[in-house]
Design a protein. Structure first.
Length: 114
């Protein structure tokens, strides 16, 4: 098996981000579900980097897409849109909580002045 430079970059990238995911989990910045999700993503990247032919077979036979790069781009867009929606949901929840807190503080301040 002949490993190309881009495969080494993909493997290194995956290993680095698995480590960063572990550190984020350890610091409490992400929860277990998020940690598992990102670890699976990075492990998939490493697997595809080591065995790119396996992805070609899957893409052509199962998804009927002629080029593997097209599949990777489509999946990347889907993943990005999913992440953007998740971030939007979290931001919206945070905004609602801040708005509720500000209202409670304003009512408390008004009662205090009376």
């Amino acid at each position: 098996m002949n490993i190309l430079g881009i495969q080494i970059v993909g493997i290194a990238f995956g290993i680095i981000f698995i480590y960063l995911t572990f550190l984020s989990k350890k610091k409490g910045e992400i929860n277990s579900t998020e940690s598992i999700f990102w670890s699976v993503v990075w492990l998939a990247l490493i697997f595809v980097s080591i065995f790119p032919g396996m992805l070609s077979i899957l893409v052509k036979d199962v998804f009927n897409i002629s080029r593997t790069l097209d599949f990777i781009i489509i999946m990347s867009f889907l993943l990005m849109f999913g992440i953007i929606f998740y971030m939007f949901s979290l931001t919206r929840k945070t905004n609602l909580k801040v708005e509720e807190l500000v209202r409670k503080l304003a009512v408390k301040e008004i009662k205090k002045k009376k």
